[in-house]
Design a protein around this ligand. Structure first.
Ligand code: AMP
Length: 515
């Protein structure tokens, strides 16, 4: 029997959950018996083609950091990022696919894992979402959809607890931060808005502790503690342990071993909290922005839900309690709820798209769960309208799909060709709120070929739609000829793979043994 599953592809840890026979999500442990798997990859130098994923990769990294990759999610979708191992360049999508492959492999002992929803941070742009899907395809998975991490967490939360009212999800993980506001009424969930930062999470807190180690060592010996990448890997791992201990205790003592001998260091929770103050303050600013977008005052928020391993830090809980006047809710397991919710999302997606593939008992288990999500960014195109005052063309970003529009949504705008005989149009897809093209991301660019010998002012319809699986589709239509251009993200443009090349890459990756 095929299994319906959800995957939390996290910066530091990943997890797999599946729907059981009655539609309840449950975590599938990995081969080592662990419920979460470190998102770490190590290219073995002793056995050709062997790749270690998980805890073993974390341990091997200290021996040979050059052959290890951690926190790859931070680079997802970045075309310039490559890891060269034995004369082969690995992309972030390929490395992520190795992590997914390990989860699929380990999870397929009882029944084959095929149909999955993978979670992504709410603020991930189109390029990063598509890269995540490609990683899934390369791992041999059928990615039925993508879900935002806080939405997945809220789905699990609302289906296991009694919740009513406006909920703020504070999701601080290993490498990313998201804040989401949603309305919950029993098993009905309406997402209102999300904000986030894709480079703010546990890894940054670890770095602050490494800085405290370095400072202490410098004070004692007037020399640098970290001499090479191997030292850095070692102290980054130790910093994470110290950070976690500081969530339970008020201080931690440690001996550092550097080039000038050893140094004893004591790090107190107070010292650590001071060091990470600017990062915590950044999460608070993003809460403010999200609440403003949701037109909510503090008193409108009925519950605060914590998601992500970094919310175990006492300072996070204290600050949220101070702000909202009540303790945040930690009823769900912060490490597992995203994968569990992603599995529910996979079930809901398949019930909508391929109901015949969903066993009756699972469908009954999910009956009544309703989720209304929103578009997480504004999407537009660059155009050149005539300025009424100056009579000159001005280049500006015209928003077609507005942020926080309920999904699914579709919008169309019409633009006009500028010159007689114009045979091509440079089309640019943007993501961002600003009218000035300088301040938005250009996520796709293509040339639209037009028929020859026509006068100016030919209407071009631009139609964007965003589906419930968090994917955007763009269409440019020349009214007179009926010609259309569907924009794909492809290599050489944003560097993303089309489906066919992702399939080919999956075949190539089969040659590597993931353990
Ligand atoms: P996630 O991406 O949600 O799995 O979160 C992983 C992050 O949570 C990593 O950076 C961990 O170091 C961090 N983390 C896990 N447990 C704790 C803890 N007790 N105190 C502070 N951070 C933690």
């Amino acid at each position: 029997m095929k299994t319906i599953a959800g995957i939390d592809l996290g910066t530091t840890f990943s997890a797999l959950a599946r729907l059981n026979g009655i539609g309840r999500p449950e975590i599938v442990p990995n081969n080592e018996g662990e419920r979460i798997t470190p998102s770490a990859v190590y290219f073995d130098d002793e056995e050709a083609g062997a790749i270690r994923v998980g805890l073993e990769a974390v341990n091997c990294r200290q021996l040979n950091p050059d052959r290890a990759v951690r926190w790859i999610k931070r680079y997802m979708g970045e075309t310039d990022w490559k890891k060269n191992i034995d004369d082969r360049d690995w992309t972030p999508e390929e490395i992520s696919s190795l992590i997914l492959k390990k989860l699929k492999q380990d999870g397929s002992v009882e029944s084959s894992i095929q149909d999955v929803v993978i979670s992504v941070p709410a603020h991930f742009d189109e390029v990063r979402r598509k890269a995540t899907m490609d990683a899934g395809v390369m791992a041999g998975l059928n990615v039925v959809g993508i879900v935002n991490e806080p939405v997945a967490a809220a789905l699990y939360y609302a289906t296991t607890q009694q919740v009513n009212g406006r909920v703020l999800v504070y999701d601080l993980g290993g490498g990313t931060f998201d804040v989401t506001v949603l309305d919950v009424d029993g098993q009905n969930m309406n997402i209102v808005c999300s904000q986030g930062d894709h480079a703010l999470g546990g890894v940054d807190f670890d770095k602050k502790i490494v800085e405290l180690f370095e400072e202490a060592y410098r004070n004692e010996h007037n020399q640098e503690l970290i001499q090479n990448e191997q030292d850095r890997a070692k102290y980054e791992d130790e910093a994470e342990d110290v950070k976690k201990t500081l969530s339970r205790r008020n201080s931690v003592r440690k001996v550092l071993y550097g080039p000038a001998g050893s140094a004893r260091v004591e790090i107190t929770r107070e010292q650590y909290e001071q060091a990470i103050e600017s990062l915590i303050a950044r999460t608070e600013i993003l809460i403010e922005v999200a609440m403003e977008e949701a037109k909510s005052a503090v008193s409108d928020i009925n519950k605060v839900l914590l998601v992500g391993g970094s919310t175990r830090m006492p300072v996070v809980r204290q600050r949220l309690e101070e702000k909202f006047g009540f303790a945040p809710d930690i009823a769900v397991n912060v490490d597992e709820c995203v994968a569990l919710g992603a599995a529910i999302h996979a079930g809901l997606t398949m019930m909508r798209d391929v109901p015949e593939d969903v066993p009756q008992a699972i469908a009954s288990g999910l009956k009544g769960v309703q989720l209304k999500d929103v578009c997480n960014h504004s999407y537009g195109t660059i155009c050149a309208p005539i300025d009424e005052e100056t009579g000159k063309y001005v280049i500006r970003n015209s928003i077609i799909l507005k942020k926080n529009t309920p999904l699914p949504c579709e919008e169309m705008q019409t633009f006009y060709t500028m010159s007689d005989g114009q045979t091509e149009l440079q089309v640019t897809i943007t993501q961002g709120e600003d009218e000035d093209p300088q301040y938005v991301n250009q996520i796709g660019r293509e040339v639209f070929e037009l028929p020859p010998d026509r006068s100016a002012n030919q209407p071009i319809h631009v139609r964007y739609s965003y589906d419930t699986n968090q994917r955007m589709h763009c269409r440019f239509i020349d009214e007179e000829s009926g010609r259309t251009l569907e924009v794909e993200f492809c290599p050489g443009n944003t560097g993303q793979l089309q489906k066919t090349s992702a399939d080919e890459a999956a075949e190539e990756l089969n040659a590597f043994k993931v353990q």
